[in-house]
Design a protein around this ligand. Sequence first.
Ligand SMILES: Nc1ncnc2c1ncn2[C@@H]1O[C@H](COP(=O)(O)OP(=O)(O)OP(=O)(O)O)[C@@H](O)[C@H]1O
Ligand SMILES: [Mg+2]
Length: 375
Amino acid sequence: MADVILKNVRKSFGPIDVIKGVDLEAKHGEFVVFVGPSGCGKSTLLRMICGLEKITFGQLLIGNEDMSDVEASERGTAMVFQSYALYPHMTVAENMSFALRMAKTPQSVVEKRVKRAAEILQITHLLDRKPKEMSGGQRQRVAIGRAIVREPKVFLFDEPLSNLDAELRVQMRVELSKLHNEIGATMIYVTHDQVEAMTMADKIVVLRDGVVEQIGSPLDLYMSPDNRFVAGFIGSPQMNFLKAQVVDGTNGEARVSVPDAPDHILRIPLREGAQVAPGQAVTIGIRPEHFLGTPGGAGLKVLVDVVENLGGIAYVYGRTNASQEVILKAESETPPRSGMAVTALVKDDYCHLFDDQGRTLSTSAGAIRTRAAAA
Ligand SMILES: Nc1ncnc2c1ncn2[C@@H]1O[C@H](COP(=O)(O)OP(=O)(O)OP(=O)(O)O)[C@@H](O)[C@H]1O
Ligand SMILES: [Mg+2]
């Protein structure tokens, strides 16, 4: 177990810069998740940490040791891939013990570790099977088992659950979190599934185009995104973004009007140091759960297109008067129906405000208050 530290790490393939100066730290025992859109550099970062890819510039430390010139096999990392990469002709036990046998580990140690890993992953009854005789979820457990037996200081996972069906993904997500609690190793996990990121991570690193957009706990990113990209990436369904205009800004608060509902002035708390000017074009960000349904009066008029009733909750997909698309969360017992016009009252102090560069101007006071009350 060890800290992993990246200092101004860069990676170029020929003339193309793929990682453009990344600083981050995964503390001893932490579960760190890299998220970001396809092609942003998640796998490349992971491959540099485990030594499958050379670092073009910068420094990588694992447990305070500079790893830049250390062979992959000597770094104390173990990687689990999306594709499992099991040897088809070997049994589960042989697959799991392969790396240890190659390293001439004594047979008694090999047996003990395989037995223990199989118990943790509940695959003891499968040890004599070949990969083709198992389900996708079972194969993925074997791939994880192969990493566990090596007792690495750092586990690296590259989208390990992507090939599994939805139900198994949820199950394996919980299993992996349990595994982390049990063995307490540092884990770095890549996914582009933001639900996995939110539910598993101690710390999320949001990447875009080879650059870190924000690092924080899942709740920090959810409640206080630094920019519109992070705001839109974290949370499902996505945050709503509405074009709006500043009326005025005083005493740490912006008064903002949405063109669709000029009578509904929102009062949004500003971040320290943030300035707004009357007439400034801004974007309001509001999560589907931060609307209050009201039967009438001032509010955002929404024409309902589609309602997804999930049982416990319902998501209402609609359009404002000015044809801006919005998603509202509603009580599933009394959701509006498609074709209806509803008035949604926006919870001002849960709103986010972004300037025309996508930078956050607001502080979501309501969300922060809720968190403080829950703590
Ligand atoms: N060996 C290589 N040579 C040239 N370009 C590469 C190489 N490997 C990766 N890239 C490029 O680097 C960028 C980052 O790739 P990477 O695989 O790290 O993305 P990713 O975030 O893991 O994406 P995904 O979610 O699709 O797996 C991409 O634009 C990719 O085309
Ligand atoms: Mg990848």
